[in-house]
Design a protein around this ligand. Structure first.
Ligand code: UN1
Length: 484
């Protein structure tokens, strides 16, 4: 996808304007000479303006009827959906997932906007009996205020949508800092909401670098921060916010296992683990990065899985027929390759992949081959550390109990998948795996808009996202003792 680069700008107080910070360029990871967007990032002063304008917009937006707020989200959903074929390709060019996945992600963002709009029609609080005569007790919900939204590169429009949409419908105003690698898609979503009639200052978009991002998370004008990204950054944000008493919702890393048991449907397990591991080039916090396979099925499963991984068509994310694109940046490629090299030096055996591309288009772009490494123990760091790339660590287990124990042996607890034909075994996984999301006979990734999303242990902090769970973060309650 070559063409005129998009102009990167900030949306502050209802106006698009050039940021006063350092230069910002968005690069196509499939062809790093291709510039997707160019301009400047937000400066510290722009961020202060954005927080100020969100603060001024708050009383008016909070007082706007929820149904009007919802109608605006529905209008924006329509334009996001209509633009999906174009924005989906642009997303693929900017982020590196395939165009089909890009289009799917944009459609998903539209669905999320519509789901959140439905909050206006759902109950908005609770009424309790009172032990005292003549009294009832009402629990009302109100917005938390100005919220900082910090989003990652890997879902440049769906993750922002599932933070921004519930925040808006519940009456909050926002300052959004997207990942600096994907400013163009962020502008598309902010633009759709702006064009749908969002009042000035309700949503401010500030593409910014890490220093400016740090200024935002420490800004005294924020009443809450919602973050998706690495566990290290999420915990640092939570610690600094806690010192000021500011609530944080953090959705962080994963090292998600797929447990393939002897009685699994082999073909289904192979296809699903393949999707979980390599879709989006493994750059999902929900990606399958570990496989625990029971010994009776292990040889057959690994032979078939490795063959399918080798057959994946790796190439330009936007090109027809591509099944796996590049990772997002040169730094990401170097980091993933370093993780692979370290695992090999710590005794991992490569079943496929592992060697960097040395020539041609795949060496020029930021591509990493689909890689499957078998480990004999939990010693290699690859078993524990998130790599965020197309790399799967495999271990064998003798029985179901040890398979679950191996799978649960992680500081993360976002998602897990169990492949079995036995429903009792599948259900017992709920007790054995400390995870926020459990898939039975499907891949570890995926998140429907109407159910809670988030993880246990090092994967999550604060209230969950999506579904009705999101209002636990985006609203405060006021308990009203009501006598007539
Ligand atoms: C999905 O699995 O479809 O950053 C969504 C991530 C998650 C979202 C995953 N927050 O990968």
């Amino acid at each position: 996808m070559t063409g005129t680069p998009a102009d990167i700008a900030c949306l502050v107080d209802g106006r698009w304007r050039a940021g006063r910070g350092p230069e910002l360029r968005s690069i196509n990871p499939s062809r790093p000479t291709d510039v997707v967007g160019a301009g400047t990032s937000a400066s510290i002063a722009d961020l202060d303006d954005a927080v100020g304008s969100a603060g001024r917009a708050l009383p008016g937006w909070a007082a706007t009827p929820a149904h009007e707020r919802a109608a605006l989200l529905v209008r924006a959903a329509g334009s996001v959906e209509a633009a999906a074929p174009v924005w989906g390709r642009e997303l693929a060019a900017e982020e590196g997932k395939t165009a089909a996945e890009g289009v799917g992600e944009v459609v998903r963002a539209a669905q999320v906007l519509r789901y959140a709009a439905g909050e206006a029609d759902r109950e908005a609080g609770e009424l309790f009996h009172s032990p005292r005569r003549g009294e009832q007790i009402m629990v009302a919900r109100r917005p938390i205020g100005v919220v900082g939204v910090i989003t990652p590169f890997n879902f440049p429009i769906a993750i922002p949508a599932w933070k921004i949409a519930p925040a808006l419908v519940h009456g909050n105003t926002l300052v959004w800092k997207p990942a600096s690698t994907v400013p163009v898609l962020a502008m598309r979503l902010a633009g759709a909401l702006h064009d749908a009639g969002l009042p000035a200052g309700v949503l401010n978009l500030v593409p910014a670098d890490v220093d400016a991002g740090q200024h935002l998370v420490e800004h005294p004008g924020l009443a809450g921060i919602t973050f998706t990204g690495s566990t290290g950054v999420g915990r640092a944000i939570a610690a600094s916010a806690a010192a000021r008493g500011v609530p944080v919702q953090a959705e962080m890393g994963g090292k998600n296992p797929a447990v393939v048991l002897d009685d699994a449907d082999l073909d289904l397990a192979v296809e699903q683990v393949l999707l979980g591991a390599f879709r989006s080039t493994g750059q999902k916090c929900t990606a399958t990065s570990r496989v625990v396979v029971q010994s009776g099925i292990a040889d057959e499963f690994l032979a078939a899985f490795t063959r399918r991984a080798e057959d994946l068509v790796v190439g330009d994310a936007v090109a027809d027929g591509t099944q796996m694109g590049p990772v997002v940046s040169a730094g990401a490629r170097a980091g993933v390759q370093a993780g692979i090299d370290r695992a090999l030096s710590e005794g991992a055996r490569s079943l496929t992949g592992g060697e960097a591309y040395r020539s041609g288009e795949l060496a020029e772009g930021w591509f990493v081959p689909p890689t499957v490494l078998e480990l004999d123990s939990d010693r290699p760091a690859l078993w524990r550390e998130e790599l965020f790339g197309p790399v799967v660590a495999v271990r064998r287990a003798d029985d179901v109990a040890s398979a679950f124990a191996m799978a649960d042996d992680s500081e993360f607890g976002l998602s897990a998948a169990v492949f079995t034909r036995d429903i009792a075994t599948a259900l017992s996984a709920v007790q054995h795996l400390d995870v926020g999301i459990l898939h039975v006979n499907s891949e570890t990734a995926g998140a429907d808009p109407h159910v809670p999303f988030g993880g246990a242990k090092g994967s999550g902090y604060g209230p969950k996202e999506q579904g009705r769970a999101s209002r636990e973060f985006f609203t405060h309650t006021t308990t009203v003792y009501l006598r007539g």
